[in-house]
Design a protein around this ligand. Structure first.
Ligand code: ATP
Ligand code: MG
Length: 259
């Protein structure tokens, strides 16, 4: 479904934010990309959703295919129409609009069956149904994140991009976000989720990638990654530097290097 082939991205004259990055996200699957601050996770999402140029970034090489067709030259509106929706980092809801107005803003303009999508969103997120007439600013952080995810689903995407949905949320709410990701997959929408919270992301994902300094250093099924000692140590409780990860990557028995 989504195939990222060797993309490199740079902002201004700085060091590359992504270096020849390869990644696949399969239909109906959850694909997780985990990595620390500045690893390039949001840059990857912005490249796939077409907003990168608005942020001063540029693709310096490689290509992005969706259903086998190149999409890297397209803008965000065209990509939404193709079936890719992006829920950016930091749950940017419209604070002064109501829950329902936020959701309507996520429906693509050509759609006539907004009502049906609203009903679906309210079915999936009960708390949003209860508070549909309240301004988004009154919601808790977790509820705002759910609103941001629900708004992303309003365009009925085939691939939903989630940028750090668990950021700053309490453990119970993070667990709920994980459940929601599973429900979204169950409804047939593929999810590409980037997270610093590797435990959550690798718990719900089918496949995963570990990103460090703009490069994929490990990839495999989520189960393989979870079973890797080094991922456990560095991402699932312990702490560690990018250099350590790069050092162990070539001897991690269950991990596959990306092309
Ligand atoms: N708009 C921008 N202009 C210049 N440099 C940027 C811009 N956005 C990101 N970068 C740089 O690109 C690199 C990757 O950043 P990115 O935001 O993709 O990382 P991230 O993995 O999402 O990190 P975080 O976990 O903090 O969100 C970093 O070195 C960052 O400083
Ligand atoms: Mg980020």
């Amino acid at each position: 479904m989504l195939e990222v082939r060797g993309i490199s991205v740079r902002y201004g004259q700085g060091a590359p934010a992504l270096r020849s990055l390869h990644l696949r996200a399969g239909p109906g699957q959850v694909t997780a990309v985990v990595g620390g601050n500045g690893a390039g996770k949001s840059t990857l999402m912005k490249a796939v959703s077409g907003v990168l140029p608005f942020d001063g970034g540029r693709l310096e090489g490689g290509e992005i295919l969706f259903d086998g067709r190149p999409v890297h030259g397209l803008g965000p509106t065209a990509l939404v129409r193709r079936g890719i929706a992006h829920v950016p980092e930091g749950r940017r809801v419209f604070a002064d609009l109501t829950v329902e107005e936020n959701l309507r803003a996520g429906a693509s303009t050509a759609r006539k069956d907004v009502r049906a999508s609203l009903d679906e969103a309210y079915g999936m997120f009960e708390v949003l149904a209860e508070r549909r007439r309240q301004r988004a600013v009154l919601l808790s952080g977790g509820e705002q994140q759910m609103l941001a995810i629900a708004r992303g689903l309003m365009s009925r995407p085939r691939l939903l991009l989630l940028d750090e949905p668990s950021l700053g949320l309490a453990p119970k709410v993070v667990e709920r976000i994980g459940e929601i990701i599973s429900v979204i997959r169950g409804s047939g929408t593929a999810v590409l989720v980037v997270e610093q919270n590797a435990a959550m992301a690798l718990a719900v994902a089918d496949d995963g990638y570990v990103l460090e300094q703009g490069r994929v250093v490990l990839s495999g099924t989520a189960a393989e990654l979870r079973a890797t000692d080094e991922v456990q140590q560095l991402y699932l409780g312990g702490s560690g530097s990018a250099e350590e990860l790069l050092r162990f990557a070539d001897r991690a028995p269950l991990a596959r290097w990306s092309a």
